[in-house]
Design a protein around this ligand. Structure first.
Ligand code: 13P
Length: 242
């Protein structure tokens, strides 16, 4: 069954102290949230320890933003599955466009990371999406289908979340129109042919546009960057109105 998932991607934001401060305000702001809405916080690895303790006993799930496919080794700056297991994380973001753009992530390394995530029992959130230039050239569908085909080789589709994040809508304030996000997510769903996979939208999701996005039949949730840093604003997104 498709689950409703609202995940925050804090990217490179918040110290441990700031993460705990967030949590104090956030937990009361979502106290009345229905359990059918799964809430995830994907925090920087420096805050995984403190957030793992904070989230203990709550329904909010913890997520990481990256993992390496090897168990250990000479990979400066990377983090491995066994290291993340110790924090009790449930999710890991893989293939975010910022990793593809700034850190040389390819469909091949995305694929390695996805399979590693599943080996360690984490549900990967695979990000796909086109740039403005690719959209203008009419390449959106071709690009996304290629990212899915290459990224998902050998990946267990039964334990996976997809996030459609058009690059031109990330951090820009330009949200993809709700009906267009719905259309592209519909394309992704038909390519995957697995009705149970939850597919999220990401890119300038805010308290002001979440109700319209969540009213779309294909959109199962959101991957939220900037607006997930504010406890009240993120709680409003989670408590979207239908
Ligand atoms: P913004 O919500 O800041 O646009 O970021 C979206 C995103 O990249 C989530 O992964």
């Amino acid at each position: 069954m498709r689950r409703t998932i609202i995940a925050g991607n804090w990217k490179m934001h918040k110290t441990q102290a700031e993460a705990s401060e967030f949590w104090q305000d956030f937990k009361s702001a979502i106290a009345e949230t229905a359990e059918s809405r799964e809430v995830v916080l994907c925090v920087p690895c420096t805050s995984l320890g403190v957030m793992s303790k904070n989230l203990h006993g709550s329904a909010v799930k913890l997520g990481a933003q990256n993992l390496h496919w090897e168990e250990s080794g000479a990979y400066t700056g990377e983090i491995s599955g066994p290291m993340l297991v110790e924090y009790g994380i449930s999710y890991v973001i893989v293939g975010h466009s910022e990793r593809r753009q700034f850190f040389g992530e390819t469909d091949q390394t995305v694929n390695f990371r996805l399979r590693a995530a599943q080996r360690y029992g984490f549900t990967p959130i695979l990000c796909v999406g086109e740039s403005k230039a690719q959209r203008d050239e009419g390449e959106t569908e071709t690009l996304i289908i290629s990212q899915l085909r290459k990224g998902l080789k050998g990946v267990d589709l039964a334990d996976l979340v997809i996030a459609y994040e058009p690059i031109w809508a990330i951090g820009t304030g330009y949200t993809c129109e709700a009906h267009e996000a719905n259309r592209v997510i519909g394309v992704i769903r038909s390519v995957l042919d697995r009705p149970e996979i939850s597919i999220l939208y990401g890119g300038s999701v805010k308290p002001q546009n979440i109700d319209e996005l969540m009213a779309q039949p294909e959109i199962d949730g959101a991957l939220v960057g900037g607006a997930s840093l504010d406890p009240q604003g993120f709680a409003r997104i989670i408590n979207y109105r239908t």
